[in-house]
Every structure is written in structure tokens, then in C-alpha cells.
Design a protein. Structure first.
Length: 253
């Protein structure tokens, strides 16, 4: 009887834990946002994706840096269609190129905190959190679909802000049957499935907002995560970033 009682208490504790809100919160120091623009049709992209995948094992993941991979669509007409690609992600890269006054876009391409980044392959570790204090970004959810956002900038009176959020998936695999990577089995981590941007509303000394980010019934098998970053209105450069894994089943724990 005592054993049964403890078993019941254990089940109730598990239910209570699973019902607890999910919360991701940054420190006040600027967390690095690492963006990779990639494609399954690009033969030079797998090394860059392998480097991005290695960040899963780094202790600073989510707390010091947040990695995301945008699969672009401009390789799709060269023999192989990347099923994770989107014109939206290609347009995002073109928007960066316009800001940098660049005449072209390419893959693999890294962007670190809104700036074009070339020496990623020389970095043995991972991008570290900045010493500059930009503010505290926090997101919370009861169901991993509906999220509340709070951003308190380190300096007040710096204008309006927007929230950007990306649903990510890791552990994807693909057997490429055409194009530059014919015959290769490619693996992807931190691939963007959905991307949203919404304005934040100023209140007191901070900014608040809400957004919905549902995986949907056709979500691929893999480990889901959420990346969230605040930008000044009309800007691509991240001011503060936060993220984390989304545990949705016992299998993923």
C-alpha cells in the first residue's frame, strides 16, 4: 500500500512538472545570434552545417549563443530541391546583402549578430556572449504554441522593438539524389521550419508582446527548439537573443 502511494505521488509530481510553464530568459549581456544560410544543392555547405551541428555539444548553447540555419531556395533549380528551403529565407539573406551594399548572396554564408561573418571555420569553440549589456529578453509558454514576450532594454528611450521567432528542428536526415551533393546523406540541425516577426508594445520601462508558433501536424521527426530575438523596428540586427529545446514527449527527454 505504501509503495502504491509513493507511485501515485510520483505520477502526480510528473504531471505537475510537465504542466509547468516553459521559460527561456537571457542574461543582460548580449547573446550571440548565429545564422547560417545553406542549401542541400550546395556542395560546399555540408562542412558549414557540420560546424553548426557541433554547437549542440557546446556548454554555451542557448545561454551564450543561439544557432539557426536558413535553407535558401535559389539552388533548387539546379537539379535538386531542398525540401527545407523557402523563398522567405532567401529574401532575408537578400535583405542583409542590401544593408551591407553587397551585390550578391551565396552559400554557405554566416551572419553573426547582424554582420557578415567569414572566420567561423577558424573558431575552435563557439561564439561567446558579449560583454555589452543590451537588456533582458524572456519568453514563456504554457503549451509551447502560444508565447508571451518581455524585453527590458538596458537603455531606455531607444525607440520601438520587434520580436522575431523561429521554430527549429534538429536531427534531420536527407539522401540527396541529384545536384552537387548527389549520393550524399546530409544531416541538418537547427533548421528553421517557421519564422515570424511582430511588433512589441512599449509598457513602463520595457516591451511586451505575444506570438503563436505551432509545429503543426506535418512537423518532421526531430528535436524541436525555439529561437527568439529582439530587433529595433525595421532592423535585421539582433539586440538580444534567447532560445531552448522544446520537450514534447518522453522520447525527447
Amino acid at each position: 500500500m505504501i509503495l502504491v502511494r509513493y507511485m501515485i505521488l510520483g505520477v502526480l509530481a510528473t504531471i505537475a512538472a510537465n504542466a509547468a510553464p516553459i521559460q527561456f530568459q537571457s542574461s543582460e549581456r548580449r547573446v550571440a545570434l548565429v545564422e547560417l544560410y545553406t542549401s542541400e544543392g550546395c556542395s560546399s555547405c555540408p562542412p558549414a552545417e557540420s560546424w553548426l551541428s557541433s554547437l549542440k555539444e557546446k556548454p554555451g548553447l542557448w545561454s551564450e549563443f543561439v544557432p539557426i540555419a536558413f535553407h535558401v531556395d535559389y539552388w533548387n533549380n539546379l537539379g535538386w530541391r531542398d525540401k527545407w528551403s523557402s523563398k522567405e529565407y532567401s529574401d532575408r539573406q537578400r535583405d542583409y546583402a542590401e544593408v551591407w551594399h553587397s551585390d550578391n548572396i551565396y552559400t554557405p554564408a554566416f551572419v553573426l549578430n547582424g554582420m557578415e561573418w567569414h572566420n567561423w571555420f577558424e573558431l575552435r569553440g563557439a561564439p561567446g556572449v558579449s560583454e555589452s549589456k543590451t537588456g533582458i529578453l524572456k519568453v514563456t509558454s504554457e503549451d509551447t504554441n502560444h508565447w508571451e514576450v518581455s524585453f527590458i532594454p538596458a537603455e531606455a528611450g531607444k525607440g520601438a522593438y520587434e520580436v522575431n521567432a523561429a521554430l527549429l528542428v534538429s536531427g534531420l536526415g536527407s539522401d540527396v539524389k541529384a545536384g552537387e551533393n548527389t549520393g550524399r546523406h546530409l544531416q541538418h540541425d537547427f533548421a528553421v521550419l517557421k519564422l515570424i516577426k511582430q511588433p512589441l508594445t512599449g509598457k513602463d520601462n520595457g516591451f511586451l508582446g505575444v506570438f503563436t508558433m505551432a509545429a503543426g501536424q506535418n512537423a518532421p521527426e526531430g528535436r524541436l527548439a525555439l529561437a527568439v530575438w529582439a530587433t529595433r523596428s525595421g532592423s535585421l540586427e539582433s539586440v538580444q537573443t534567447v532560445g531552448g529545446w522544446l520537450v514534447t514527449s518522453e522520447k525527447e527527454k
